[in-house]
Design a binder for this molecule. Structure first.
Ligand code: GLU
Length: 464
């Protein structure tokens, strides 16, 4: 059997972190088995679906590198197919027209609630052998209901949660097409999973209650049943369901916030799945290891510190050129126009083992392009007469030094010897002048990256 999985988001908002984890697991499962991963946009809820949300989902998937083998398919483009299947079901007697009005439904619900019963459709338009159906009222467009089995159970061995069963008596004859002819959610999912030959439905456990209905529909259609695996939800750090309150939940917000996609992927992979104690692994490794046996059936808890730790790790091991691009992208967004020199990649090399995210990296790079205005406090504290005299001495030496770390370090040592000062007494004022702060990676490397012209210009601005 070819493994075919799908990710089927409804475009009613951004791609959130829970959805991304579902997509990752479905993608990895298909990859692990050499199968196919399909992207399907469930946009039949016209009121709530937006083109922006579709775009946000596609952007998020692309950013994470979760490339589908097929799709994106859009349910709104498959309406003819849904209508065709509805007609087939009506003809086969597995679905029927129901003419109950809203008033009648409300009255039925009120009666059931008064009797403390669960509100459910009472089957009054359901055809039965020997039963006489009411006469269809004129001018009323009927809905189409599925003729759900009335007895027995519907059961499946969930790949994550184990055996699950529902009694058919609990499921009523749900609507598969509204009065205006539009198909409903559970129906479209079923036709799509069938047509797209999905072998494994991996999705959030908020869908567990839909599964028995979908299985019954598939059976009525004579369609093969996929296997189902329902992933537990993700909790916020405070133990409640992960939501906007917990900060960034949109995948693209993680890009904004300076996370590398591989850090987010690695983090998501460990949200509810494990391979021994392994915490840091590549996607190739993950695909090789991934199976549904090691998914925890309890909820996974989001932990920002761990994500930050992974991000710092991936930044540290990231290629300088790529980090340079990330710096450039961010500085351009901030309005820094000329980021050609110094090379952002060279700045990345200086700072990449000191930051937790790419925004910190871009912040560190900023003063290399835009001369800082050190605060009055920093100036009085660090640019003392003694310090300025040392900087003047250093300026002369740097004017003719080659701008590589060794030569710059040599010039600095000569200044220390000439002035009798210690390294921090010169390096700190130098940092204040060049970067507007007292700390930085090794000062000779900072100077070498910044380049002679800019270093001398900034020194001259304070030395007069
Ligand atoms: N469209 C559904 C959602 O966004 C998912 C449907 C499914 O995976 O079966 O929650």
């Amino acid at each position: 059997m070819t493994v075919r999985t799908r990710f089927a988001p409804s475009p009613t908002g951004y791609l959130h972190i829970g959805g991304a984890r579902t997509a990752l697991f479905a993608w990895a499962y298909a990859r692990h088995h050499g199968g196919q991963f399909i992207l399907r946009i469930e946009d039949t809820d016209i009121e709530r679906s937006t083109p922006q949300a579709v775009q946000a989902i596609l952007d998020g998937m692309r950013w994470l590198g979760l490339t589908p083998d097929e799709g994106p398919f859009f349910q709104t483009q498959r309406m003819m197919r849904y209508k065709e299947v509805i007609q087939q079901m009506l003809a086969a007697g597995t679905a029927y027209h129901c003419y109950m009005s809203k008033e009648e439904l409300d009255a039925l619900r009120a009666e059931q609630e008064a009797r403390k019963e669960k509100p459910r459709y009472d089957g009054r338009w359901r055809p039965e052998p020997g039963k006489t159906l009411p006469t269809p009222p004129s001018g009323v467009q009927p809905v189409v209901r599925f003729r759900n089995p009335t007895d027995g159970v519907v059961a499946w061995d969930d790949l994550v949660k184990g055996h699950i069963e529902f009694s058919n008596a609990e499921l009523d004859d749900f609507i598969i097409a509204r009065a205006d002819g539009t198909p409903t959610y559970n129906f479209c999912v079923v036709v799509d999973d069938w047509d797209m030959r999905i072998s494994h439905v991996i999705r959030g456990d908020d869908h567990v209650n839909n599964t028995p209905r979908q299985i019954n529909l598939l059976k009525a259609l004579g369609a093969p049943l996929p296997r189902y695996g329902h992933l537990s939800m993700i909790l916020g750090p405070d133990g409640t369901k992960l939501s906007k309150r917990h900060g960034a939940v949109s995948v693209m917000q993680y890009d904004e916030d300076g996370y590398l996609p591989e850090a987010v992927l690695n983090y998501l992979a460990r949200l509810g799945w494990s391979h021994g104690d392994d915490e840091i692994f590549s996607m190739e490794q993950f695909i090789q290891w991934f199976d549904l046996d090691h998914i925890t059936s309890s909820a996974a808890q989001f932990n920002t510190e761990k994500l930050n730790w992974l991000n710092a790790h991936y930044i540290k091991h990231c290629d300088d050129e790529r980090l340079g691009e990330e710096i450039r992208r961010r500085l351009v967004r901030e309005g820094v126009v000329d980021t050609a020199f110094p090379e952002p990649a060279a700045i990345a090399a200086l700072y990449k083992d000191r930051v937790q995210n790419l925004n910190e990296l871009a912040d560190a790079a900023h003063p290399f392009y835009v001369a800082p205005h050190p605060s009055e406090e920093l100036r009085t504290q660090h640019l003392t007469d003694g310090a300025l005299a040392a900087l003047r001495d250093l300026r002369c030496r740097l004017a003719s030094a080659e701008f590589v770390p060794e030569a710059v370090a040599k010039a600095l040592k000569e200044t220390l010897a000439a002035t009798g000062l210690k390294m921090p007494q010169v390096a700190i004022p130098l940092r204040v002048v060049l970067l507007g702060q007292t700390q930085s990676p090794s000062i000779d490397r900072v100077l070498a990256v910044m380049g002679r012209e800019e270093v001398l210009k900034r020194l001259d601005a304070v030395l007069g």
